[in-house]
Design a protein. Sequence first.
Length: 274
Amino acid sequence: MEHRISQGQFVCLSLLLLAMQAAADPLLVKVPPGTFVLGADAPRQGPPTRMDMPAFAITATEITVGDYRAFVAATDYQPPAGCFDWQDGAFVDVPDSRWDDARHASSDALPVVCIRWADAVAYADWLSAADGARWRLPTEAEWEYAAKGANSASQPLTPDGACTFANLHDAASVQAGGPGLDPLPCDDGYAKTAPVGGRRANGFGLHDSLGNVTEWTSSCWRDAHDSPDADCSRHVARGGAWKDDLAQASTTSRVGLSEDFRSGYFGFRLVRER
Ligand SMILES: [Ca+2]
């Protein structure tokens, strides 16, 4: 018996194959509405500003190598080579380093790194096209509210407890010749990035909001939260990374980097709008 497929069946089959190429949506947590204080009374972190936040959904973990690999496979999008990273005892620009090489992508469970701000936005736009909802980088206020996890008044990390919640500069990175900061008194076995979700979540269910990788936000840089002057050639990144100490990885510490910056300690998570 001869079997032919109709044009409609062909379209359905094509859509099915496209869907199979797409990654599963990253796991989300619902952040409840509330009031919190953005920032701290510290250089480049203030002034402390009370804010009302609506509810929103944010990924429970940083976007992974596996997530990003599915995007690249489906679209042929490719971030340019080059990555600022710790190598041979110094932070240097490594021209031939890429997000998917063995230095950064030995496991699909690691957070994707070595991507620019635009490469993170491209991934978010791809997810948006696939499921009809808008995926985007969090604003820095959303990021800080979510990272504080219903504990706005205090810094959740202490030196003794830090390894429970965060992959920071510790004995593992010291053994690998990591940056010359005072290491935390623990050893998580990961000199650089660690698989996402392997540590305790905060009060809102976010893993690794502090440490592992510094996370891009959608916000243009301002020297102060109340500054009217936004520098949109740079974007705010938050949370600190595997190379950092507690001060650099607080819920209020912030840096502003050019859109072309990419490094072995920068990644991202996303917000999904309804
Ligand atoms: Ca570590």
